[in-house]
Write a protein that binds this ligand. Structure first.
Ligand code: GDP
Length: 489
């Protein structure tokens, strides 16, 4: 069957853009680096720290080109995509360093261009343009919807919502769902109520006490300029298998809107942003999941499988070869490692690596190198040995943000305290064996931990020789080396 005219025109437009991108990259070598992760994973802090470290010259011993002095300068340049907001770097940096507060988080896509002048290893002077694209991981987790029908998505969402702790949080939505007959006449009010209750259920799952990760459709929690539009006003129904929706039924209405969501939200994101990335870092707040317990960790594992699936789906099933994602390096980074003692950093990395291996999907990403790191883009804590009775315990020191409470004690946002983070397990085989995965991790840590849920303020910095101070970090340089080190050789 010949492709519809609109599809042909669309493919031609995309082909022209792909060619323009390609030609531009030949003249001005460019890397488009995607930074993603679920809400609160640390994208804004990561990009701010990365740009500051490159522009100011941070302490990055493992980032070879900078450490050996081959990077002459890194400066901001006007953001190239007219339809995408600029990442508010200066504002975020001011908040972080000037006010010692965390900047406001990512709620939409944004972009920043950095131009790096460097000397090649053979001595030749070169320039690399680094376009950093910040986008919510929730949008990435929407990509699998492209391969699912409304009936499939409904069945999967409903099945997931019957597992604990989700089932508890879904009670009100389930009660409403039970009153709906999918083949009854379409009904805007019933649809509005279903969408509202379904969204409230998703929001409750995201709460830090449950820290669920797998919550598509992503725009339900981050609607942006589409809030209230029909493309965001639908919900799963329990529909009979092997049957089709009657015309003008509730089912048909929901199905049409689900397809609109794919057309209006998911496909444009894939085409205009995802398919144009060269490198990708996926930030993961594994510690939030550890804090919430085994269900949250299983859910995170499912989300990681979903994310890997996006890279696989992109490679095998989308559009023509020309628009296949060209991402050839993917880094999974467990963030906020400064909440742990350094003896646990390797373990955090190992746990994330094992979770990815368990999804058994890495092998299918032929052509893309995948690596894992535990990092803190901004290190808010220091390490110390603290005497407790006869023991000297490895602890971390930091200033809890104002309003935090632990063990009945409130914090003023100025006083530094010592905390004893639990050790992560070293023996991963028994940790992951026999379906016992994750059990014991949180209980083991909880015993000797006073303030596991504390959030710390960004560190106090001191300017040296009137130069703007560098932000302390953990392994940010390793992440950079993997993501762009080869392009600066
Ligand atoms: P986003 O939603 O992915 O953009 O997440 P943010 O970058 O806004 O980070 C969310 C919160 O996580 C911040 O407000 C901080 O409280 C915390 N955070 C992020 N990165 C770090 C880090 O490197 N160290 C520490 N201690 N906290 C961090």
């Amino acid at each position: 069957m010949p492709a519809p005219l609109a599809t042909v025109a669309e493919e031609a437009r995309l082909a022209a853009r792909a060619l323009a991108d390609f030609a531009g990259h030949v003249v001005h070598p460019t890397v488009r680096l995607g930074v993603t992760g679920l809400s609160g994973a640390g994208k804004t802090v990561f990009i701010t720290a990365l740009v500051h470290g490159l522009a100011r010259g941070g302490r990055f011993p493992v980032f070879e080109s900078l450490a050996t002095g081959r990077v002459a300068s890194a400066r901001l340049a006007p953001q190239p995509d007219d339809a995408v907001p600029r990442f508010a770097y200066e504002q975020h940096l001011g908040t972080l360093i000037g006010e010692r507060q965390w900047p406001s988080s990512t709620v939409d896509i944004s972009e920043l261009r950095l131009v790096i002048d460097y000397q090649r290893q053979n001595g030749a002077d070169r320039t690399l343009t680094l376009d950093i694209v910040d986008y919510p991981g929730e949008w990435l987790l929407d990509l699998p919807l492209l391969t699912k029908s409304y009936a499939q998505w409904s069945a999967e969402s409903f099945a997931l919502s019957r597992q604990q702790p989700r089932a508890r949080l879904a009670a009100e939505w389930h009660a409403h769902l039970a009153t709906l007959d999918p083949q009854a006449d379409e009904d805007e009010q019933a649809t509005l109520t279903a969408a509202r209750l379904f969204t409230e259920y998703l929001r409750a799952c995201r709460d830090e006490r449950f820290a669920m990760s797998l919550l598509p459709p992503g725009r339900f929690l981050m609607p942006g300029n589409l809030a209230g539009s029909p493309a965001l006003t639908f919900a799963p129904l329990v529909v009979p298998s092997g049957r089709a929706a009657l015309s003008r039924s509730l089912w048909a209405m929901m199905e049409r809107r689900y397809e609109s969501y794919k057309d209006v939200v998911v496909r444009p994101f894939f085409r205009d942003h995802f398919a144009r990335l060269d490198r990708q870092i996926v930030l993961v707040d594994a510690l939030a999941a550890f804090n919430a317990g085994p269900e949250a960790l299983h859910d995170l594992e499912a989300a990681l499988a979903g994310i890997l699936d996006c890279f696989r789906i992109g490679r095998s099933t989308f559009l023509s070869a020309l628009f296949r994602p060209r991402i050839d390096r993917i880094l999974f980074a467990a963030t906020k490692a400064d909440h742990l003692h350094h003896s646990s950093h390797d373990r955090l990395e190992a746990i994330l690596r094992r979770m990815l291996d368990r999804t058994a999907m890495r092998a299918e990403l032929a052509g893309a190198a995948v690596d894992v790191v535990a990092l803190a883009a901004v290190r808010a804590t220091r390490e110390a040995q603290v005497q407790r009775g006869r023991d000297r315990l490895p602890s971390i020191l930091g200033t809890p943000v104002s309003g935090e409470v632990a063990n009945g004690e409130g914090f003023d946002g100025e006083t530094e305290v010592a905390t004893f983070p639990g050790d992560l397990p070293a023996d991963l085989d028994s940790f992951f064996a026999d379906g016992a995965a994750f059990r014991g991790l949180t209980s083991g840590a909880a015993e000797n931990t006073d303030f596991r849920f504390l959030r710390f303020r960004p560190p106090r910095l001191q300017a040296v020789d009137q130069q703007e101070p560098a932000l302390p970090h953990i392994r940010l340089d390793r992440a950079l080396q993997f993501l762009i080190g080869d392009r600066l050789q």
